[in-house]
Design a protein around this ligand. Structure first.
Ligand code: 6GU
Length: 243
């Protein structure tokens, strides 16, 4: 998987991409991440990437030419077409499902826009997806691109040490995670639930699943509308509702 992030702040992107799990995945060659400096694709003395809007008004607009040139430089003729993501609060809301979908791509390009706007021709003729990470406004798309980079990379096979762990993540089952405990079994008067010490794996599985249901019911009932629930789950939730 190759991911390029087009930005006027390449150092900010590089600082995150070179750390921790992501940094290791990159060294192992599991994900190729490159911060691409938009200014390298300007041709004027001041390396201008934005300009005043036609028609007047406040703020600056990201110019077409450097962005088109940057994307063109990254897309070899003939190969599979990359996904070209524009980071914008006007985009589709990013979620775990989209992270899973993107983790199956071979090539992703992310363009970090600025809130005042990008020339509409970039949206119309270059971008395949407009993406937002939530309903709030950031000063630029870099933090959003880094959030997506992190969420997508960890789903690429081999990036996490334990291959099965993404399967038990919150959201991938449609439910929030069950509570976890580790030693000691007694911390002062705070005890670990007996079932976890019982060695009865069927009971442990049942308890964990019910805890996941309970937690989702209490914190994110909206998720229960789309989570895959069987008859027993529905009965358990009914009991929670009436207790
Ligand atoms: Cl993708 N960009 C900006 N500038 N602000 C955001 C965002 C993106 N997603 C949420 N807020």
């Amino acid at each position: 998987m190759r991911i390029e992030i087009i930005t006027t702040l390449p150092d900010m992107v590089e600082a995150v991409a070179s750390e921790s799990i992501l940094g290791r995945a990159r060294k192992k060659g599991l994900v190729e991440v490159e911060a691409v400096n938009l200014r390298d694709f300007t041709e004027d003395k001041h390396r201008t990437t934005d300009d005043a809007p036609f028609g007047g008004g406040p703020g600056m607009v990201m110019k077409c030419e450097p962005v088109f040139m940057a994307v063109e430089s990254l897309t070899g003729r003939g190969g599979p077409r990359p996904r070209v993501l524009l980071m914008t609060p006007q985009g589709r809301r990013f979620d775990q499902k989209m992270a899973e979908e993107l983790s199956r791509e071979h090539h992703i390009i992310m363009i970090c826009g600025r809130y005042e706007g990008v020339d509409e021709r970039i949206r119309e003729h270059l971008v395949t997806d407009e993406v937002s990470i939530g309903d709030y406004v950031l000063t630029g798309g870099e933090l959003a691109a880094l959030v997506i980079l992190d969420a997508v990379s960890r789903l690429v096979p081999g990036v996490l040490g334990d291959e099965t762990s993404p399967l038990t993540d919150s959201f991938s089952s449609g439910l929030l995670e069950y509570p976890q405990y580790t030693r000691p079994a007694e911390f002062g008067e705070y005890r670990v639930p007996d079932v976890l010490l019982s060695g009865n794996h069927a009971e442990i599985e049942k308890w964990r699943h019910q805890q996941a249901l309970k937690r989702t019911f209490e914190r994110r009932p909206d998720l229960l509308e789309t989570a895959p629930l069987d008859y027993k789950d529905k009965r358990f939730l009914k009991e929670l509702e009436t207790s």
